[in-house]
Design a protein around this ligand. Sequence first.
Ligand SMILES: [Ca+2]
Ligand SMILES: [Ca+2]
Length: 183
Amino acid sequence: MNVRRILISVAPVCLLALAMGCSSDNVRQTVHVWEINEGLPVNSDVYNFGVDGVASNDDYIVEDQVEVVVWSQARDGIVNTDVAYRHTVVESYEVIYESEEEIEGFSGGLGWLVPVRNTFTGYITVVPASVKTSPPVSSLAYGGEIMATARIIFHAREVDSNNTLSFETRIPVHFANWADSTN
Ligand SMILES: [Ca+2]
Ligand SMILES: [Ca+2]
């Protein structure tokens, strides 16, 4: 009885996936990250002591954002991308932290419309507040450091075909209680 129910519920999902084109074989564009954070690692300050510079109720945590430049290329010269298949939408991204410490990753939504044969500049959060308020990163407010590499996977969709594609990049993230920024 249970098996039957599962089969019935799965079938429409498969059909929908086929209709939307789950394969990336048919996309006309390739998209990749041209540059992230101007080529620099992220020095992630885990705690800000506020205006008074000491622990008090004006302390806060800053989410780290980085600039991302992506570049879209036509995959071959067969399709005239001046007419169709001119855009890819980057819809979401996920961040996986690679480190000796276990740091929980996250995912977020985007809506970047990337034109073919062009660059697009956007911003993503690479370290959200939730990471800085959770162990092991939260313990760094009192000293220590954690070196990590953020693996960032972008999920995109070619506008005219709805075919999906993904691309990824990596950036070093150095977690510590760095000197507080004043802005
Ligand atoms: Ca303070
Ligand atoms: Ca600090």
